[in-house]
Structures are given as structure tokens and as C-alpha cells.
Design a protein around this ligand. Structure first.
Ligand SMILES: NC(=O)c1ccc[n+]([C@@H]2O[C@H](COP(=O)([O-])OP(=O)(O)OC[C@H]3O[C@@H](n4cnc5c(N)ncnc54)[C@H](OP(=O)(O)O)[C@@H]3O)[C@@H](O)[C@H]2O)c1
Length: 334
């Protein structure tokens, strides 16, 4: 039996989802990739935490243990923030590993340089999970770009904001009450600023714009606006007029470069994103031949995000070496 060696960086919501998906979908992966995917190590910050379901000998808090795994092929990264994740990914690429990341903050800032480094090393960077979770937006844009020209992208890219706006419209919650319920349900962080002020959506817009148009927009003029200024009265007034507030990101190619905005927008029933409620994400892509293509799905969560990462790994079919499962675990078992 041969294997494809993988490592996980991070074992929180997303890392656990990837680990679980590799076990539950092992047969599918084996058929696609020609060998089983073997998780050889899991990097965490706090090695003392209980991690039910993962063998103790796989855990490490030392990235050098990952680098020393012979024949390592895929590094899945699901850490929070730019560093140390960026350094880890660069070192993984330098080692000749394909990388798959969910880290949108990192990728929005450094995606381009990481892809260039990967290309020089003949490896790939999967980043489907950085934007719209399980909804395959990145893959769809890449497919469309083979022949189509993309002129416009619009999206609802923050599930927490969309959930709050939906509660305000459907249940007449105030913003504060809707935010509180989102936190109780685990949709919003204890510090919700990143979501409700639009910064999370900004990272995703930067990623989509760079992919679709080859450049990032300058948002220094239009700014980034979240949903905190929308009142229940605004929502009720819009409802009476048959309209809905959506926190919308948009990017459009113009003769002066990419024009973009991130703000609450009133949509009418004929808009493709009018009916996207709750924690869902959706993106409408307008392309020269295909017209407007709309993709909708779970924008976050353990398994939808893991799905995006696993599909990125599955796309490596034909690019991976299989090796005898001489375990690297003994290198740092303890
Ligand atoms: N949650 C989602 O639905 C979702 C969706 C799309 C994208 N993402 C992105 O995916 C990434 C992971 O999100 P998450 O929700 O899984 O986060 P999380 O639950 O907070 O887990 C983060 C993991 O990273 C580990 N970690 C943090 N700093 C580290 C360091 N310096 N060295 C080694 N390990 C470190 C943590 O270790 P300990 O366990 O020891 O603390 C933890 O296991 C983030 O970049 C996020 O933006 C998340």
C-alpha cells in the first residue's frame, strides 16, 4: 500500500474538519489520487489541550517537525492571521509541498506572492476555502476565465452580517438583539467588528478581484462600510417597498482599473442576490459569454470549509507522488 503524505497546520474548527473529511472520504480520495492520504502531523499552538479523535503522536507545536517529514506532499493550513502562517507556507513551498489554505487574512495580503513562489517551485496553492467557504466560487471563476472575460462580481460574503440583516427583516430584531443572537448561536465572534464592519468581506473581495481582474481595487476613496448603521426602521421601510438590505461587495473592471465597493445596498426582487438569506454566502459573476452565474452555499463552518480544502487537494490528481508509508511519526513522537 502506498500513501500521499499530508500535514495539517491548525486544528481548530477548520483543521478538525479537514482531518475528519480525510477519514470519512478516504475511499473517494484514494480513487482520485491513486493512494490514501495519510496525515503525518498536526501543528497546534497549545500542545497540552485535549484533542479527542486525533492520535497524540501526530500532534506537535514545532513547525520544524513538519519540515522534517520525508516525502511530505500536501500542507493544509488553517491557522488564524498572517504570521507565523505565512512563514510556514513559504517554507512548505520551498520544501516542494503543495499548499492548501483557508486563511483569508493571509491570502488577501500575500496570495499573489505565494502563488508566484509556488509556481517557481512547480507546486500549487489551493485557496478555495478563503472565500465563501463551501461554495465553489474560486473554482468557478477559474473555469470561466479560460475563455470568458469577467466584467463584474457581486457577493454576499459575510454570513454573520447577512444573518443579522435577515433577523432584522424577518423577526423585527434591532441590530443589537440580532447581533446578540448571532453570538449565542456561534455565528458571530465575541468581538464582532471584523464581520459587522465589513473587514472580513474586504479580504474576500481582494482575493476575488485579484483572481478575476489581476488587480486589487483601491478602496481608499469609497471606503469599507459594514452594517452597523442600518436601523430596524430602515429595514422596515425597505420591506414595505419590496426591497432588502444586503451587505454587498462588488468589483467591476473599468477603463480606469477595478472599481469596488463594500457597503449595505438595497436590492429589488429581480437581483440575483435578493433571496440569499441567513448565514449563506453567494456570488454573482458576470462573464462575457456565460452571462451572470450565481453560486450560493454555506460560507463558513467546519465541513463546508473542509470541503473546499479537500476539493483543492483532490484537484492535485496526477501531480502527487505516492510513497511507502514509512511513518515520520517516530521523528517527534513523545
Ligand atoms: N471557521 C470557519 O468557518 C472558517 C471559514 C473559512 C476560513 N476560515 C479561516 O480558517 C482559518 C482557521 O479558522 P478556525 O475557525 O479553524 O480557527 P480556530 O478554530 O481558532 O483554530 C485555529 C487553529 O490554529 C492553531 N494555531 C493558532 N496559532 C498558531 C500558531 N502560532 N502555531 C500553530 N498553530 C496555531 C490553533 O491551535 P490551538 O488549537 O492550540 O489553539 C488552532 O488549532 C482562519 O484563517 C480562518 O479565517 C475559517
Amino acid at each position: 500500500m502506498t500513501v500521499i503524505k499530508a500535514a495539517l497546520l491548525g486544528f481548530g474548527t477548520v483543521g478538525q474538519g479537514v482531518y475528519e473529511a480525510i477519514q470519512t472520504h478516504s475511499e473517494q480520495l484514494k480513487k482520485l489520487l491513486g493512494a490514501s492520504v495519510s496525515v503525518e502531523a498536526v501543528l497546534v499552538k497549545d500542545i497540552t489541550k485535549e484533542r479527542p479523535g486525533v492520535p497524540r503522536e501526530l500532534l506537535t507545536d514545532n513547525f520544524n517537525d513538519i519540515l522534517s517529514i520525508p516525502d511530505l506532499q500536501i500542507v493544509f493550513e488553517a491557522i488564524v492571521g498572517v504570521e507565523p502562517a505565512l512563514g510556514y507556507l513559504k517554507q512548505s513551498i520551498a520544501k516542494g509541498c503543495h499548499i492548501v489554505t483557508a486563511n483569508k487574512v493571509l491570502f488577501a495580503q500575500h496570495g499573489n506572492s505565494l502563488q508566484q513562489e509556488a509556481s517557481r517551485k512547480g507546486v500549487t496553492v489551493g485557496f478555495e476555502a478563503t472565500t465563501a467557504g463551501g461554495a465553489p466560487v474560486i473554482r468557478t471563476i477559474k473555469e470561466l476565465l479560460r475563455v470568458n472575460k469577467i466584467s463584474r462580481i457581486e457577493g454576499i460574503l459575510n454570513g454573520t452580517s447577512n444573518y443579522i440583516l435577515t433577523l432584522m427583516r424577518e423577526e423585527n430584531y434591532t441590530f443589537e438583539a440580532a447581533l446578540k443572537l448571532s453570538q449565542e448561536k456561534g455565528y458571530a465572534e465575541a468581538d464582532p467588528e471584523n464581520d459587522v464592519e465589513g473587514y472580513d468581506a474586504l479580504n474576500k473581495l481582494l482575493i476575488l478581484s485579484e483572481l478575476a481582474f489581476g488587480e486589487k481595487p483601491d478602496l481608499s476613496v469609497s471606503g469599507v462600510e459594514g452594517i452597523t448603521r442600518i436601523t430596524l426602521e430602515d429595514i422596515q421601510k425597505a420591506k414595505k417597498a419590496g426591497q432588502r438590505y444586503r451587505h454587498l461587495v462588488s468589483a467591476e473592471m473599468t477603463e480606469h482599473g477595478v472599481a469596488a465597493s463594500i457597503k449595505p445596498v438595497l436590492l429589488s426582487e429581480d437581483h440575483p442576490l435578493y433571496s440569499v438569506d441567513g448565514v449563506l454566502n453567494a456570488v454573482a459573476i458576470t462573464a462575457s459569454l456565460a452571462g451572470t452565474v450565481t453560486i450560493k452555499g454555506a460560507g463558513a463552518g467546519k465541513l463546508p470549509t473542509a470541503s473546499a480544502m479537500i476539493e483543492d487537494a483532490a484537484a492535485l490528481s496526477g501531480k502527487l507522488q505516492t510513497v511507502q508509508p514509512l511513518s515520520a511519526r517516530s521523528l517527534f513522537a513523545g
